[in-house]
Design a protein around this ligand. Structure first.
Ligand code: UD1
Ligand code: CA
Length: 451
C-alpha cells in the first residue's frame, strides 16, 4: 500500500499565517495525525502533496518519513494526486488521504484497504442529513456506483442524494496513472477532479466498492477555526472515553485536555480542567486536583497534585503532595513523601524522601537530602547574574523561614539555620547557624510627636 496525502490547500478561512495543515489538534499539526494514521497501515511509501508557501510545512515535519511533492499551481484534487505519482511505485494500491481530515481512524482505513483488495476502487462514503457542499455518490438502479458529481455541477435531483464522497479512496496505482492522465477540467470549477476517475473506472468495468467509516467525525475536514475547535473537542472526548475505559475517574470527561500521551495506573482520579502535555505517566492512586498543567512528568503512586499546580519535566516518588499553586520546572526529581506547598517553585533540583517546603519558596539548582524542612520564604540564590551555582542541603536540616542560601553553599547534616539567615558560607553539620543582627530593645525610647 502506498499513501498520498493532499495538503496543498491554502486554508484562507483560517485567517492565519500558519498553513492550514499545521494547525494543531491536541497540540500536534493536523498533518502529523494523518501521517500517523497512514503509518499504522505499514505503507511502503507516503507522499505528501504540499502547496505554495509550504516551506513551513516541510520544515515542521522534516522528521516525518514521507516524500514531498510540490503542487503549484493548485488545479484540483486530481491534479494534486498526479503530482504524487512520480514518488509512488509502479503498481500496488494507493490510498488518498487529506491533511485537513485529521481524525481518520486506522480501523476504518484497514476496512477500506481490504475492500479494495488488489484491483478494485474503494470509496469511503457517508450519508449526511445535510449533504450541501460535498460530491454526491450516484448509483444505478441496481445500486452500483456509476459516478461522483460535485455539488457545483449537480442537477437539482442529484443534489438530493445524501450519500457523499469523503474524498478518501483506494485505487490501483497503474490504473490511477492512466485515469489521471486523461482528466479534463471541463466543469463548473475548471479543476481536474479526482472524483472523475470513478466514471472512468466504471467505463472499464472495474468494481467500485463503498465503505462507511466507523464514525462520521473521522471524515470531517477542517476549513475554519470553529471546525478546528469542533474536531479538537471530538478528539478530546475520545481520549477521555479511552481513559475512563481503562479505569480512570474523570470528574468531568468534557473538561480534560490531553496533548500528547498519557498512561495511567489504577484508581487515578483527575478533577476538572487539567491539561496534560508531552508524555505523562501517572501511577496507581494518584489524585490530580482541578486546573493542573502537567507536562512530561512521572507521578509516583499515591501522589496528590492539589489544584492549580504546574508540573513540568518532573519525576516524583510515592505519596508526594504538591500544591495548591506549586510549580515544578524541568529537572525536578522528588523522592517519596515530599511535600511542596503553595507558591513553592522548584527547578533542576533533587529533593529526597520526606522533605518538605510547604510555603513560598524558590529551590533552584539544589540537592536536598531526606527529612529536610525548608521554612517559608526560603530562597536559593543560585544565580549571580552570570553563572548558576548549586546548593547542597544534607539530611535532617531545618531551615528557618526567610533564609537566603547564596550558592554555591552547603548545609551539613542535621544543621539548623535561624530564621532570616543569609547564608554565604557553608553551615556546619549539627549546629545552629544564624546570620541576622542581634535583637536589641531601647528602654525609654519615645515616638516622635507632631510639632
Ligand atoms: C472534495 C471532493 C468532493 C468531496 C469533498 C470532501 C473533488 C473534486 N471533490 O471537494 O467530492 O465531497 O472533497 O471534503 O475531489 N487539494 C489539493 N490541491 C488541489 C485541490 C485540493 O491539495 O489542487 C486538497 C485540499 O487541500 C483539501 C482537499 O484536497 O485538503 C480537498 O480539496 P477541496 O478543494 O476542499 O475539495 P472539495 O471541493 O471540498
Ligand atoms: Ca473541502
Amino acid at each position: 500500500m502506498q499513501v498520498v496525502i493532499l495538503a496543498a490547500g491554502q486554508g484562507k478561512r483560517m485567517r492565519s499565517v500558519l498553513p492550514k495543515v499545521l494547525q494543531p489538534i491536541a497540540g500536534r499539526p493536523m498533518l502529523e495525525h494523518v501521517i500517523a494514521a497512514a503509518q499504522t497501515l505499514d505503507a511502503d511509501r507516503t507522499c505528501v502533496v504540499y502547496g505554495h508557501g509550504g516551506d513551513a510545512v516541510r520544515a515542521r515535519l522534516q522528521h516525518a518519513e514521507v516524500a514531498w511533492a510540490l503542487q503549484e499551481p493548485q488545479l484540483g484534487t486530481g491534479h494534486a494526486v498526479q503530482q504524487a505519482l512520480p514518488h509512488l511505485g509502479e503498481d500496488g494500491m494507493a490510498l488518498v488521504l487529506y491533511g485537513d481530515v485529521p481524525l481518520i481512524g486506522a480501523p476504518t482505513l484497514r476496512r477500506l484497504r481490504d475492500a479494495a483488495g488488489s484491483g478494485r476502487l474503494a470509496l469511503l462514503t457517508v450519508e449526511l442529513p445535510d449533504p450541501t457542499g460535498y460530491g454526491r455518490i450516484l448509483r444505478d438502479a441496481a445500486g452500483k456506483v456509476v459516478r461522483i458529481v460535485e455539488e457545483k455541477d449537480a442537477s437539482a435531483d442529484e443534489r438530493r442524494v445524501r450519500e457523499v464522497n469523503t474524498g478518501i479512496l483506494v485505487a490501483p496505482i497503474a490504473r490511477l496513472r492512466d485515469w489521471l492522465g486523461r482528466l479534463g477540467n471541463d466543469n463548473a470549477q475548471r479543476e481536474y477532479y479526482l472524483t472523475d476517475i470513478i466514471g472512468m473506472a466504471v467505463g472499464e468495468g472495474i468494481d467500485i466498492v463503498t465503505v462507511a467509516p466507523d464514525a462520521v467525525w473521522e471524515t470531517l475536514g477542517v476549513n475554519s477555526k470553529p471546525q478546528l475547535a469542533e474536531l479538537e473537542r471530538i478528539h478530546q472526548r475520545n481520549i477521555a472515553a479511552r481513559l475512563m475505559d481503562e479505569g480512570v475517574t474523570l470528574l468531568d470527561p468534557a473538561r480534560i485536555d490531553v496533548r500528547g500521551e498519557i498512561v495511567c495506573g489504577r484508581d487515578v482520579e483527575i478533577d476538572v480542567n487539567c491539561v496534560f502535555e508531552g508524555r505523562v505517566e501517572i501511577a496507581d492512586d494518584v489524585r490530580i486536583g482541578a486546573n493542573c498543567v502537567v507536562r512530561n512528568a512521572r507521578l509516583g503512586a499515591g501522589t496528590r497534585l492539589a489544584p492549580f499546580s504546574h508540573v513540568e519535566d518532573t519525576t516524583t516518588g510515592r505519596d508526594c503532595v504538591i500544591g495548591p499553586y506549586a510549580r515544578t520546572r524541568p529537572g525536578t526529581t522528588l523522592g517519596d513523601g515530599v511535600h511542596l506547598g503553595n507558591f513553592v517553585e522548584v527547578k533542576n533540583s533533587a529533593i529526597a524522601d520526606g522533605s518538605k517546603a510547604n510555603h513560598l519558596a524558590y529551590i533552584g539548582d539544589a540537592d536536598i537530602g531526606a527529612r529536610v524542612n525548608v521554612g517559608a520564604g526560603t530562597i536559593t540564590c543560585n544565580y549571580d547574574g552570570a553563572n548558576k551555582y548549586r546548593t547542597t542541603i544534607e539530611d535532617d536540616v531545618f531551615i528557618g523561614s526567610d533564609s537566603q542560601l547564596v550558592a554555591p553553599v552547603r548545609i551539613g547534616r542535621g544543621a539548623t539555620l535561624g530564621a532570616g539567615t543569609t547564608l554565604t558560607k557553608d553551615a556546619p553539620a549539627g549546629e545552629l547557624t544564624v546570620s541576622r543582627a542581634r535583637q536589641i530593645s531601647i528602654p525609654g525610647w519615645k515616638r516622635p510627636v507632631k510639632k
